[in-house]
Structures are given as structure tokens and as C-alpha cells.
Design a protein around this ligand. Structure first.
Ligand code: URA
Length: 301
């Protein structure tokens, strides 16, 4: 092999490794500046993502990768998820988890199973009025798992967690932390929407908790962020009020839990974003990450 060819082979090898690392990090689309056309150069293309089908469904769908949720105010990164099928497919490496990582194939299978059981669940009254169950979606090996209360109208309509106004703010929080939604997992204490967005009743939370426990056990998040009083109560039982507890590390079966305010509360009380940002900075510190400057989530604060 000529020296020139050997150098080229080395570059290709390094490039391949870099792309594989990016893929493992959850990066699915790499933007590049346009290069001058060269002979035989093919345009870069994102992997096409099937769109979720709207409407009522009791059947979990087989791992589909959803297109970005159409919300103009949202940052435009794609939201990879599995509608009503337990988010088995989220980040690039999860598109074919079996091929990429046999360990993740097991997690994906458990998520799929779980989503099926959630979709079939009739244990509490919430099943009666739901359009879709909302098992949750995200990365199968997340550093952070965000846990909210229960789906609202948008989530019930789409079968996806945190896609309404609170979800837009949650996305800003995630981006401000230096993550994308594909890199974390989002779930709720209850997987069905309570009527009129009321808080879930204790018996509804109790009925749904085994699903969340199984999700946590399968996903092994490095840590959990509990969003609001209901998430804290569901995970940790009766505790101090959220305003006292927020910002202090708690524990759920060996997993560190950071309680903080729910994004819906922040929509009503923008100044509380400062406290939430402090909590999220503590999360980043625990993950050994540098906390970025206060930027993206401070709109309106
Ligand atoms: N609020 C929640 O707690 N969860 C959602 O999924 C949406 C809004």
C-alpha cells in the first residue's frame, strides 16, 4: 500500500470511530458546512423517521422513531420515541439496539413489554377516559431520568410524555443542561391522564407505581430528577413539601433523586426558574459535568 493510501485508510478509520462514538452518545444527525462537490460524494442525510399515528390505541406499536413534535416554540432537534410502545427506540444507537448492543436489546424488550402491559392496564379508573397511554420515552441508558406527574391533554393525544407547554419548558431545561431529549428518559408517576388535569389520586399512583419501578430497574439511570410534589410523593412517599425538599439529594433504592419544581409551576412562577436552575446545576455537578451559564431556560424569568 502506498503511503498516501495508508494515510487515507487511517483517516477513514479515525472518522469511523468518531462517528461510532457520536452514535453512542446519542447523536443522530451531524450538521456540516457545505463542502465543494467532489467526484462521487454523496449528500449527508438523516435517517428518515416514521411519524407516529394519531388517535386512540390500546395496542402498543412496534418500535417506531417519531418525527420532531411540531411545536414552533420548541428547539428543533428530533424527538425519537416510541408512541405507546414504551420508548424502546430513542437515540441513534437504539434504532437497532439488538445490533448495536445486546444489553440494550434486553432493555428495549422490557420497555416494549411494559408498554404493552400499560396499554392493556385497567387497574384504576384512569383507563376509562384515556386516549392513549403514555409510558414515557427516551434513552435506554440515560444519565438522567426526569419523572413528572401524569400526562396532560397533549400527552394523552400523542401518547408521549411532556409534549405540551410544560414539555416545551422541560426541553429548554434539558438543553440548558447541555443534553438533548434523546439522551435522557422522561416518564411520569401515572401513565394515563387524570380527567380535567386533576392530580392523580393516591390509589391511582399506587396502581401505576410498579410500571415506573420496572422502568427504573431496566433503565438504570445514573440519577433521577423528580419534577414537582406528586413525583416526589410517588417516588419517596410522604415527605416535606417540595419547596423545602427541592435542591436536597434524596434516594430511591440506591439511585440519587433530586426533587425540584414541576415545569407547570415554573410557567406560573417564572422567577422560580432560578431555584430550578440551581437544582439542575447540582445534578450536573454530580454527573461530573460543567454547568453551562444561565442561558436558555431563563426566558421570562
Ligand atoms: N405534566 C406531567 O407531569 N407530565 C407530562 O407528561 C406532561 C405534563
Amino acid at each position: 500500500m502506498s503511503v498516501k493510501r495508508a494515510v487515507l485508510a487511517g483517516v477513514v478509520k479515525d472518522l469511523r470511530k468518531h462517528v461510532e462514538n457520536l452514535r453512542d452518545e446519542g447523536v443522530r444527525v451531524v450538521e456540516t458546512t457545505a463542502l465543494p462537490k467532489t467526484r462521487g460524494a454523496a449528500p449527508a442525510a438523516a435517517i428518515p423517521a416514521p411519524r407516529p399515528v394519531a388517535g386512540k390505541s390500546d395496542q402498543p406499536r412496534v418500535a417506531a422513531v417519531a418525527a420532531p413534535v411540531k411545536k414552533p416554540a420548541l428547539p428543533t432537534e428530533p424527538l425519537h420515541t416510541t408512541r405507546n410502545a414504551g420508548a424502546t427506540n430513542v437515540a441513534p444507537r437504539n434504532i437497532m439496539p439488538e445490533a448495536a448492543d445486546p444489553a440494550l436489546a434486553g432493555v428495549a424488550a422490557e420497555m416494549q413489554r411494559l408498554a404493552g402491559e400499560v396499554a392493556a392496564c385497567r387497574i384504576c379508573v384512569l383507563h376509562k377516559q384515556r386516549t392513549n397511554t403514555v409510558p414515557g420515552q427516551g434513552n435506554l441508558r440515560p444519565q438522567i431520568m426526569f419523572i413528572g406527574e401524569a400526562p396532560g391533554a397533549d400527552e394523552d393525544a400523542q401518547g408521549l410524555a411532556f409534549v405540551g407547554r410544560s414539555g416545551q419548558l422541560l426541553t429548554q431545561m434539558i438543553l440548558a443542561m447541555g443534553f438533548t431529549r434523546e439522551q435522557i428518559f422522561i416518564a411520569n408517576i401515572c401513565k394515563c391522564r387524570p380527567p380535567d388535569n386533576r392530580q392523580p389520586l393516591p390509589e391511582e399512583m399506587t396502581a401505576c407505581l410498579p410500571f415506573l419501578r420496572r422502568q427504573i430497574a431496566a433503565l438504570h439511570p445514573t440519577l433521577i430528577v423528580a419534577l414537582g410534589a406528586t413525583a416526589v410523593k410517588g417516588l419517596l412517599g410522604p415527605t416535606e413539601g417540595i419547596s423545602k425538599l427541592r435542591g436536597t439529594w434524596c434516594d430511591f433504592e440506591g439511585i440519587p433523586v433530586m426533587p425540584t419544581y414541576h415545569p407547570a409551576y415554573l410557567l406560573r412562577n417564572p422567577p422560580a426558574k432560578h431555584e430550578v436552575w440551581a437544582d439542575l446545576q447540582a445534578v450536573l455537578k454530580r454527573l461530573g459535568r460543567t454547568a453551562p451559564a444561565w442561558t436558555k431556560m431563563n426566558k421570562g424569568a
